[in-house]
Write a protein that binds this ligand. Structure first.
Ligand code: UDX
Length: 453
């Protein structure tokens, strides 16, 4: 009979995109704060190729080889390919990584890889589903009828009324709910995430109790969830702390020095930071309007345009003199957001970007693109009141005047002062949640106790 040890090796399986890797890496680091826990992050060769070497980190990486086979580009095909690859290798990985001192006991898996819980249970491991999105989003998906592909409660032209959520109009719902033709396999997985509520041993959310108070109270009437966020290195929440400054694992190379030098020479609160995260693709017309709107607003702006988006910048824009703007392909976002020169964040409202801005006290201009972002934008503007949301025209494009005036509302007008005050309030509450005795900190400590037993 195997001897029972109070030590544990935890495997962490993120869906391999930046917005899922970052919080799951941060969580992994937090778990290794206990000597009795070892963590290995499981990913695939095509991702590890872009990662920095993790020599100094407390977590190890296990990369699954795929013999130089290029992963499919389309989300739908990629999801299935990833599922098959991980399933084929999982037993071998667990055997290789388990040792008598640190047996593999738990798999923390991305809530989108709903099939992972069966892999864990088949080998006698416990499974924790990790949600990289808000709790509010889970309430929306909880009410989806996957067969009928619609929300299974009252909805009409006024919007959708779901427990614990504000009235959600079509523009506030996740894009999978409204756009019927969007990535069918990804959509199926997103809606089937409810399986996690039934099967997973633990449900972990990168959020914190007071941020989504009513929503979390309602979810807790249905299932036992643990809030564990915001998963941001504590030194960003409290400058006096000097912990590991490395955030997540960047799959893109940041132009750190250029960005920080440029910000250092700007006045307090004078810069608009603009980024649409790692996945969103703006249409060419939208890029043109955005570029013109930012120029028209007449503030300094630091704009992250990923290499794959660069060709959408028009020749006219590129040829104009741009004393007030710095364009980079990627930046150290937390350093930028916590720089005193940054006055507002023009964002696509990815969940990480949203949480990072809230936790660092930065007001936002919300321009959601897809997935959970419209719902996050609704909370930013109406619930937390830390930002304004741009309005798109009938063609779905947000025009330059709207962009310029939204930036001015946050940067210059009276309204901006209120938004900043609210942002500072959330910053304080975020810090409290992760401080000793705070709700998220307690939940992580509790989880750690369960993991080693
Ligand atoms: C996606 C979805 O959009 C998001 O809504 C979901 O909840 C998680 O996955 P992404 O679109 O990339 O992620 O946005 P976001 O969630 O904001 O994550 C981007 C991450 O990249 C953030 O942690 C951000 O700090 C980081 N980042 C972004 C950088 O480090 N540098 C940059 O220049 C831009």
């Amino acid at each position: 009979m195997e001897e029972k040890t109070n030590k544990s090796h935890v495997l962490v399986l993120p869906f391999p995109v930046q917005g899922h890797i970052n919080p799951m890496v941060q969580f992994s680091k937090r778990l290794t704060s206990k000597e009795s826990v070892k963590v290995t992050l499981i990913t695939i060769d095509s991702v590890t190729k872009s990662m920095p070497i993790l020599e100094s980190s407390s977590i190890k990486i296990h990369s699954i080889p795929h013999n130089d086979e290029t992963p499919p580009q389309s989300y739908d095909l990629f999801l299935e390919w990833f599922h098959v690859l991980v399933s084929k290798n999982f037993t071998k990985i667990v055997e290789e990584l388990s040792d008598s001192e640190y047996p593999v006991k738990v798999l923390v898996f991305d809530s989108i890889t709903t099939w992972a819980i069966d892999l864990a249970h088949d080998l006698g491991l416990k499974g924790a589903a990790f949600f990289t999105q808000s709790c509010a989003l889970s309430v929306v998906y909880y009410h989806m009828d996957p067969e009928k592909n619609k929300i299974c409660v009252f909805d009409d032209d006024d919007g959708v009324c779901l427990p614990s959520l504000p009235l959600l109009q079509k523009q506030d719902l996740p894009s999978f709910v409204c756009q019927t033709d969007l990535y069918p396999s990804l959509k199926k997985l997103v809606f089937s995430r409810n399986i996690n509520f039934k099967k997973a041993d633990w449900l972990l959310f990168n959020s914190f109790d007071v941020l989504e108070k009513e929503v979390i109270s309602w979810l807790r009437t249905q299932c036992r969830i643990k809030t564990i966020g915001p998963l941001i290195p504590s030194m960003y929440l409290d400058k006096r702390l000097k912990d590991d400054k490395e955030y997540g694992l960047s799959l893109f190379k940041p132009n750190s020095e250029t960005c920080m030098k440029w910000l250092d020479s700007r006045e307090i609160g004078s810069v608009v930071y603009v980024s649409f995260g790692s996945l969103a693709n703006l249409g060419e017309q939208q890029m043109e309007e955005l570029a013109s709107g930012l120029m028209m607003s007449d503030f300094y702006f630091l704009w992250v345009v990923r290499v794959t988006e660069e060709n959408k910048l028009t020749e006219e824009f590129m040829s104009k003199p741009k004393e007030k703007c710095l364009i980079v392909n990627w930046c150290p976002q937390l350093d930028v957001l916590s720089h005193q020169a940054v006055g507002c964040f023009f964002t696509h409202c990815g969940w990480n970007s949203t949480l990072e801005a809230l936790s660092l006290g930065v007001p936002m201009v919300a321009m959601p693109q897809w997935s959970d972002q419209p719902t996050n934008a609704k909370f930013i503007s109406d619930v937390w009141q830390t930002g304004v949301r741009v309005k798109a025209g009938e063609n779905g494009v947000v025009n330059r005047d709207e962009i310029a005036s939204s930036v001015r509302r946050v940067m210059r007008e009276e309204e901006g002062i209120m938004l900043k005050e609210n942002a500072i309030k959330w910053k304080k509450l975020a810090k409290e949640a992760v401080d000793e005795g705070g709700s998220s900190n307690k939940n992580i400590e509790e989880f750690l106790k369960l993991v080693i037993n």
